[in-house]
Design a protein around this ligand. Structure first.
Ligand code: ADP
Ligand code: MG
Length: 265
């Protein structure tokens, strides 16, 4: 008997003009697990996250979340169904403080509903106070509490990546998708992110983690799927993936992992 996956992508294909970024890709993410998606640059990882979160249209295939068909969902509908993601590029508001950046993550900001502010301001105030308390908890959780009132632009790159994770958690979504949270991070921040993701999973979250960093994947993922040239070439536990000859051929044996390099060689 297998657990029903929280997220299922079946036979997904995406083309950009003549380029087939995803070719018949199927992946699953089990509930309360960290599922990693790895592969060289240009393999189609971000395209897959885009297809799940509604940013990229599928040419073919289906996305199911908690048994519900969400194929073709619009990006703004993600939080409503319980899906949240981060982007590969840092999306920190540089001129806001650390705490303000996290506050932006909460859904249903009081100001979104002007009528509530006008007619029941005490409810909006109560929500705001609750979000501030949650922000303190989240910043403590990712180790940035003492930086709460610092401008985001004054954080190190690693701290900004942690801030993005705190804001992702603020969404309250059950399914968290991260696009290269570990890219370019020093080890200390990498392990902080890994631990925060493990704690999130222990807390009932489901994680889909796209990353290049083998330390992060091998230490913190439960299951790994490998994409190469838009196709799944392997799927298994971190140990199985490390021992998989096709993965070793395209991935581990390369000191640099760009698809361009693959093509040129
Ligand atoms: P990864 O995240 O694994 O590095 P991507 O999903 O970003 O790979 O890209 C997969 C392929 O699709 C690459 O060849 C990339 O250049 C191409 N691609 C991605 N997004 C677009 C787009 N919006 N328009 C055209 N080509 C794109
Ligand atoms: Mg990418």
């Amino acid at each position: 008997m297998t657990e029903r996956p929280m997220l299922e992508v079946e036979h997904a294909s995406v083309s950009f003009g003549g380029l087939r970024a995803l070719k018949d890709v199927s992946i699953q993410a089990q509930e309360c697990r960290v599922t990693a998606l790895i592969g060289p640059n240009g393999a189609g990882k971000s395209t897959l996250l885009g297809a799940v979160s509604g940013f990229t249209r599928l040419d073919e295939g289906r996305v199911t979340f908690r048994g519900q068909d969400i194929t073709g969902m619009r990006p703004h509908e993600g939080i409503g169904v319980g899906l949240a993601r981060t982007f590969q590029d840092l999306e920190v508001m540089q001129r806001l403080t650390v705490a303000e950046n996290v506050l932006l993550g909460f859904p249903h900001q009081p100001a979104e509903r002007i009528s509530r502010l006008l007619f029941t301001p005490w409810v909006a105030n109560r929500e705001h106070r609750r979000n501030v308390q949650r922000t303190v908890d989240l910043l403590h959780h990712v180790g940035l509490l003492e930086r709460a009132d610092t401008l985001a632009s004054d954080l190190s790159y690693g701290e900004q990546k942690l801030l993005v994770v705190a804001r992702l958690l603020a969404t309250g979504a059950d399914m968290l998708m991260l696009d290269e949270p570990g890219a370019g991070l020093p080890d200390v921040n990498l392990h902080q992110i890994g631990s925060v993701l493990r704690e999130a999973v222990a807390d009932g979250k489901t994680v889909l983690l796209v990353d290049h960093n083998m330390d992060l994947i091998m230490n913190y993922a439960d299951h790994v799927t490998v994409l190469h040239h838009g196709q799944v070439i392997a799927s298994g536990t971190p140990a199985q993936i490390q021992a998989d000859q096709s993965v070793i051929d395209v991935y581990f044996s390369r000191s640099h992992t760009t698809e361009e390099a693959t093509d040129a060689s």
